[in-house]
Ligand binder design. Structure first.
Ligand code: FNR
Length: 184
C-alpha cells in the first residue's frame, strides 16, 4: 500500500524556496509514501456563485486531495499570513459546503522564509484554517526554516546537515501521523 500525499505549495515563484523545500521533502519521505505537488496556478478566484459548477482545475485539485491520504502545506509567509493564492486554493477545494476535499485528512505544515522567524506566523494562521476544515494537524515538531546560502544542495536536497536531519525528523513524525490517522 502506498500513502499518497497531496502537497500544496504556497508560492508560484519560479525559483521558490518553498517549492525547492517540497522537492527536497519528497526525497526524505519513506518508500511507501508518494508526495505529489498539486498545480495551483490555474485556479480561478473563488466565487461562491460557481459552487454548483466548479471549474475543471478546481475539480482536478479536489480529486487529487480526495484521492490522497494526507496533505502537506509548504508555505511562505506573506505579510504575516499565508499567501492569498494558497488561501484561494484552500477556499476552492473546501466547497461547496459539505463537500470539502480536506475533511479528516491528516495535515502537515512546513515552510521556509528569508526572514528569521521562518513562516511562524503564517503557520499559526494556517493552523486555525485547518482546524476549521477538520484536518488532524501534526503539532510537533514545528519547522520554521530560514533560507541561507547553501541551504539547498546542488542535488536539490537540503545541503545543510543539521537542517536535513531536523526536516527528516519532521518527515518521520508526519509519516507516523498519517499512518495513525489516514483512512485507506
Ligand atoms: C514576503 N516575505 C516575507 N517574509 C517573512 O518572513 N514574513 C513576511 O510577512 C513576508 N511578507 C512578504 C510579503 C510578500 C508579498 C512577499 C513577496 C514576500 C519574504 C518571503 O519570505 C520571500 O519572498 C520568500 O522567498 C517567499 O517564498 P518563496 O517564493 O521563495 O517560496
Amino acid at each position: 500500500n502506498t500513502y499518497r500525499i497531496a502537497v500544496l505549495v504556497g508560492s508560484l515563484r519560479r525559483d521558490s524556496f518553498n517549492k525547492q523545500l517540497a522537492n527536497a521533502l519528497a526525497k526524505l519521505a519513506p518508500p511507501d509514501f508518494s508526495l505529489q505537488q498539486c498545480a495551483l496556478n490555474d485556479l480561478p478566484l473563488y466565487n461562491q456563485d460557481d459552487d454548483a459548477n466548479q471549474a475543471e482545475p478546481v475539480r482536478r485539485l479536489k480529486s487529487e486531495i480526495s484521492n490522497a491520504q494526507g496533505v502537506i502545506f509548504v508555505t511562505p509567509e506573506y505579510n504575516r499570513s499565508i499567501p492569498g493564492m494558497l488561501k484561494n486554493a484552500i477556499d476552492n477545494a473546501s466547497r461547496p459546503y459539505g463537500q470539502s476535499a480536506f475533511a479528516g485528512k491528516p495535515a502537515g505544515i512546513i515552510g521556509i522564509s528569508v526572514g528569521a522567524i521562518g513562516t511562524a506566523i503564517a503557520q499559526q494562521h494556517l493552523r486555525g484554517i485547518l482546524g476549521y476544515l477538520d484536518m488532524p494537524t501534526l503539532g510537533q515538531p514545528e519547522v520554521f526554516l530560514q533560507n541561507k546560502e547553501g541551504f539547498f544542495g546542488a542535488d536539490g536536497g537540503i545541503g545543510n546537515e543539521s537542517s536535513r536531519k531536523f526536516v527528516q525528523g519532521w518527515m518521520d513524525k508526519y509519516a507516523a501521523w498519517v499512518r495513525q490517522h489516514a483512512k485507506m
